[in-house]
Design a protein around this ligand. Structure first.
Ligand SMILES: Cc1cc2nc3c(=O)[nH]c(=O)nc-3n(C[C@H](O)[C@H](O)[C@H](O)COP(=O)(O)O)c2cc1C
Length: 313
């Protein structure tokens, strides 16, 4: 057994806020970015990114983000000042094509400076709220502000802005062919991590995990011992295997019949004089099949691996 990596445990108040912050935002990552467009009472537009952001319910549709008090002087962000004057915001979603301009818009320009202009974005008039949306954003949510909750009074304290979506805009090409929902490949979203790091949700960094609430999986505790305790199968492998419903498990006949699949037959023949090795090779094969997304077939091979000695006859 390899030595487990030790953990460092931290009480946040034992560190200076500037020391704690990199731990928190570095580990709570990646975070989506709310590119918030606001307006003050005299009509000056502001546009700033906020990665303390997420959605918190769909009915009613609630988004929330948090402009924190400036660490430098405990002053409040222009976005927050604007929201107190005009409690309306457009939350624009950033794709990879916008990331550098979005970052530029986070510059601490003086109050009243319009970051649409500084960062080169196009203002598109909103329909239900006063702040404009970003024409380049693949999705945008026109929101009314329901509540602002001060999370503290110190430098760096957050101010949770709870927003209700009243109208949303989705660029046609990001909508799934079914007409419901968003294609993540087309969205090409970015997200923020710690330091200067960002991630891009596209290409090989996207993967699917079947939702467990579609079926009542048997659970890891019900996996046969040779599967559960295998040092070849990973936690991800076990999680996927345990998501099978009991009635979908292959029957004993199906498992027996699977001996005649060419790769299984080959493995059984090659290692027929060494049952322990045969079992390991079958588990390796089952893992490979599982990682190709063939759950039923993986189960058959892995159940074969549990037999004392598998004969081809
Ligand atoms: C990707 C990104 C995410 C950010 N997230 C936050 C955040 O969640 N909260 C915050 O207070 N500042 C955040 N900032 C910094 C603000 O955008 C920055 O302070 C900005 O100047 C505020 O503008 P304003 O004063 O015009 O509202 C973020 C900056 C970037 C680039």
């Amino acid at each position: 057994m390899p030595t487990p990596t030790p953990f460092r445990s931290i009480v946040p108040t034992d560190l200076k806020p500037s020391e704690w912050h990199p731990f928190m935002v570095g580990a709570v990552a990646p975070r989506p970015v709310a590119f918030a467009s606001t307006i003050d009472a005299t009509g000056n537009v502001n546009l700033s990114p906020y990665s303390f952001f997420n959605c918190f319910g769909s009915n009613p549709p609630i988004l929330a983000f948090s402009p924190a008090n400036r660490v430098r002087d405990n002053s409040q962000k222009h976005t927050l000042e604007n929201l107190r004057e005009v409690p309306e915001v457009v939350i624009n979603i950033c794709d990879y094509a916008m990331v550098e301009q979005m970052s530029l818009a986070s510059t601490e320009y003086a109050k009243g400076v319009n970051e649409f202009v500084k960062a080169g974005f196009t203002e598109v008039a909103s329909q239900q709220v006063r702040p404009p949306r970003v024409g380049q954003a693949p999705a945008a949510f026109e929101c009314v502000v329901e509540q602002i909750i001060e999370l503290g009074t110190n430098n760096g304290a957050g101010n949770l802005v709870i927003c209700r979506v009243v109208l949303a805009h989705f660029r046609e090409d990001i909508i799934l062919p079914s007409g419901i929902g968003i294609d993540p490949h087309k969205l090409d979203a970015i997200a923020r991590l710690g330091g200067d790091w960002y991630t891009r949700a596209s290409g090989s960094s996207l993967f699917e995990v079947p939702k467990p609430n579609r079926n009542l999986g048997i659970g890891i505790d019900q996996l046969p011992e040779h599967i559960r305790n295998s040092d070849i199968l990973t936690g991800n492998n076990l999680g996927r295997l345990a998501n099978i419903e009991v009635q979908s498990m292959p029957s004993a006949e199906d498992v027996q019949a699977y001996r005649h699949e060419p790769l299984v037959t080959y493995t059984l023949q090659k290692y027929q004089t060494d049952p322990a090795q045969q079992r390991q090779e079958l588990i390796l094969l089952g893992k490979k099949i599982l990682e190709e997304g063939r759950l039923q077939e993986a189960w058959k091979v892995l159940l074969l691996a549990g037999k004392e000695q598998v004969s081809l006859a």
